[in-house]
Ligand binder design. Structure first.
Ligand SMILES: Cc1cc2nc3c(=O)[nH]c(=O)nc-3n(C[C@H](O)[C@H](O)[C@H](O)COP(=O)(O)OP(=O)(O)OC[C@H]3O[C@@H](n4cnc5c(N)ncnc54)[C@H](O)[C@@H]3O)c2cc1C
Length: 376
């Protein structure tokens, strides 16, 4: 596409900032509009697998990611009651070379501080909540809650599961409650009183699971996310405060090693999990979606963020290499949809690494070099 094109990215999440970083490097004029007044250190961690970290490396972020988070050395799946090992991965120099990148855990707040470096200073306009889009004959006008307006030639909706841009591409159906909620707790590792845990363990129950992992290379901060079935969620999508006792009770009967971790939790909250039906239409006219805006993932494969990063790399390559934006969007969709829908399917089934698993197709994939599919 013509490098004079003005590109507006709505949403400064993983997908939006990655896309903006790649598009700026390709020579486009890019601005990112984010509803939040600033990035905050919300209480959650995230796992970035090799397929995501190798893309973030191209944005010059790998070292900062590893310094702010932890390069994991081991993942282990264990049975909820006996503690039997169901699956295990060792991450070392050999696996890093094989997969093409490290496996990183990081606090989401720290991740944002790193991601901000992907774009030129002044790229992100905070406190800009998109409320409307008006399409004119030769541009799109973006209208923000703060009363300002701006124009762009292309709008990338990277605004998450409740995307406003999606309303103009697909429909305004809200996401559906997925029948599950996640306890999220971060606490200092010293509360484990010397009890040693692997870098990341997934405890597999019949209808629930819990995933404690370290957030820093010093191994001084632990995150424990525990997903439980919940029949209904009244109210809005906001998390609600919970207690350590509730968390422990939800995992009563689980192996003593997990009980010790959950006993160390100090503050905890419960987050509803939302989802959408699969949808294969990600663009219309000058508008295109990426990440959770077009394909939210249940967080059972730890892959939603990675998919947003991969989308960003592929979409940027399509826009940089193909003159006509509509054709670029169709090539982007054709390249992404089969992989993303497979990841969505596995995430819903919640089977990833619960037993012997072929992980190469997922971790070895490189969105910066993978062939681009011809437009649909
Ligand atoms: C409990 C849980 C655990 C998870 N764990 C993992 C994990 O370990 N690994 C992993 O890869 N994924 C994980 N995920 C999924 C991952 O968080 C998402 O898939 C990922 O954040 C999607 O990135 P995104 O850039 O598409 O959207 P988001 O990260 O949601 O970013 C969207 C941005 O858009 C902004 N925005 C929204 N509306 C507007 C508007 N109208 N105007 C302006 N700005 C707007 C938001 O403020 C936000 O900054 C998890 C998800 C959950 C719920």
């Amino acid at each position: 596409m013509d490098r004079a094109a003005r590109i507006a990215v709505v949403g400064a999440g993983l997908g939006g900032l990655s896309a903006a970083g790649f598009l700026q490097r390709a020579g486009f004029a890019v601005r990112v509009f984010e509803q939040a007044p600033a990035f905050s250190r919300i209480g959650a961690g995230i796992i970035l697998s090799a397929n995501a970290t190798k893309v973030l490396r191209r944005l010059g972020l790998e070292r900062a990611l590893v310094e702010a988070g932890i390069k994991s050395q081991r993942y282990i799946s264990r049975a909820w009651d006996t503690g039997e090992t169901l699956y295990e991965m060792v991450f070392d120099a050999h696996s890093e070379q094989h997969f093409g990148g490290p496996y990183v855990h990081i606090h989401r707040g720290d991740l944002h501080a790193v991601l901000e470096r992907a774009v030129a200073p002044g790229t992100i306009a905070f406190d800009h909540q998109l409320v409307d889009l008006e399409e004119t004959s030769d541009a799109v006008r973006l209208v923000f809650a703060n009363g300002t307006k701006t124009e762009a030639d292309i709008v990338i909706g990277a605004d998450g599961i409740r995307s406003k841009v999606r309303e103009f591409v697909i429909d305004d159906e809200p996401p559906q409650f997925a029948g599950a909620a996640a306890y999220r707790a971060i606490f200092p590792a010293e509360r484990l009183r010397g009890f040693k845990i692997p870098d990341c363990t997934k405890w597999w129950g019949r209808d629930r699971h819990c995933l404690p992992y370290y957030l820093t290379g010093r191994r001084d901060e632990v995150y424990a996310i525990g997903v439980v079935p919940v029949s209904r969620w009244d109210g809005d999508e906001a998390p609600i405060p919970a207690t350590r006792d509730q968390y422990l009770e939800s995992f009563a009967g689980f192996h003593a090693d997990l009980q010790r971790v959950l006993a160390a939790v100090d503050s905890v909250s419960l987050w509803p999990i939302y989802d959408r039906e699969r949808n294969d239409c990600w663009s219309r006219g000058r508008l295109v979606l990426l990440g959770d805006a077009c394909h939210p993932m249940r967080p059972f494969m730890a892959a939603g963020g990675a998919m947003a990063v991969e989308d960003a790399a592929i979409l940027s390559r399509c826009l940089a290499n193909i003159d006509d934006a509509a054709v670029a969007f169709r090539s982007y969709e054709a390249t992404r949809i089969s992989r993303v829908s497979e990841v969505q399917r596995i995430s819903i089934a919640n089977t990833w690494m619960g037993g012997p698993t072929d992980t190469d197709w997922f971790y070895c994939y490189d969105a910066c070099t993978a062939p681009l599919a011809p437009p649909n």
